[in-house]
Design a protein around this ligand. Structure first.
Ligand code: ATP
Length: 206
């Protein structure tokens, strides 16, 4: 995995964590990560496919293939690791555990956490969300046209609890993996590297 070759981060450098089910990764994810990199200016990016997401049904797609599909993120940043850490832990993946792992791995670094709008507005349902707010800076992105007022309100409520929320400047690119799995959207909306894995492994066929 590239990125592993570099040495430790300097004090105060930023690690940008992009977690998700990625079943499959799509152009909305690419758009978000590009914008989050511009906003957060990280020294390193970690893309982390979850094992079992706590808030939705377990993915039917094998974890190894979700990892392979995440290779599409690598061209976005020179020091970007696609990590199998949550998958190796097994069971439900809680972001608080992943953040603590990153803090140990990169002492002195700041963890910036990507949250799409659905994640921002449900943030207080996350395990140990108050502790997460203390330990991270949230990098938020609109997903639906017109969702900014709700996002600003959610951010204000989290800031009142001591959280830090950084918005990307990018407009929404509405798209969800669910729509791709259900054939409501087609493979023109996934990156080329991901499309190859889907086709070679006959994923999401009717
Ligand atoms: P599903 O439809 O299976 O629930 P999803 O499309 O929401 O999947 P995830 O892998 O769960 O994708 O998302 C990972 C992260 O990317 C989350 O923070 C989510 O909010 C964000 N995200 C997903 N799609 C978009 C999009 N189109 N624009 C911005 N952020 C997005």
């Amino acid at each position: 995995m590239n990125g592993e070759k570099r040495g430790p981060l300097a004090e105060g450098e930023r690690v940008l964590l992009f977690g998700g089910t990625f079943d499959p990764p799509h152009n909305g994810h690419i758009h978000f990560l590009k914008s989050a990199i511009e906003a957060a200016k990280p020294a390193r990016v970690v893309v982390m496919p979850s094992c079992i997401p706590p808030h939705k049904a377990a993915s039917a797609t094998p974890a190894a293939l979700r990892l392979a599909m995440c290779e599409c993120f690598k061209p976005l940043f020179p020091v970007l690791e696609v990590s199998d850490w949550e998958i190796r832990q097994g069971g439900k993946s809680y972001t608080i555990d992943t953040v603590k792992m990153l803090e140990q791995k990169y002492p002195g670094a700041w963890v910036y956490l990507c949250v799409g709008s659905d994640m921002l507005t449900t943030f207080t349902e996350w395990r140990n969300w108050q502790e997460l707010l203390r330990r991270t800076v949230l990098v938020a992105q609109s997903r639906e046209t017109g969702d900014m007022p709700a996002l600003r309100a959610a951010a204000r409520a989290l800031e009142a609890e001591g959280g830090k929320v950084l918005f990307t400047d990018s407009p929404a690119l509405p798209l969800a993996s669910t729509d791709l799995r259900a054939h409501r959207r087609d493979l023109s909306e996934v990156p080329e590297a991901t499309r190859r894995v889907i086709e070679e492994n006959h994923l999401y066929e009717r």
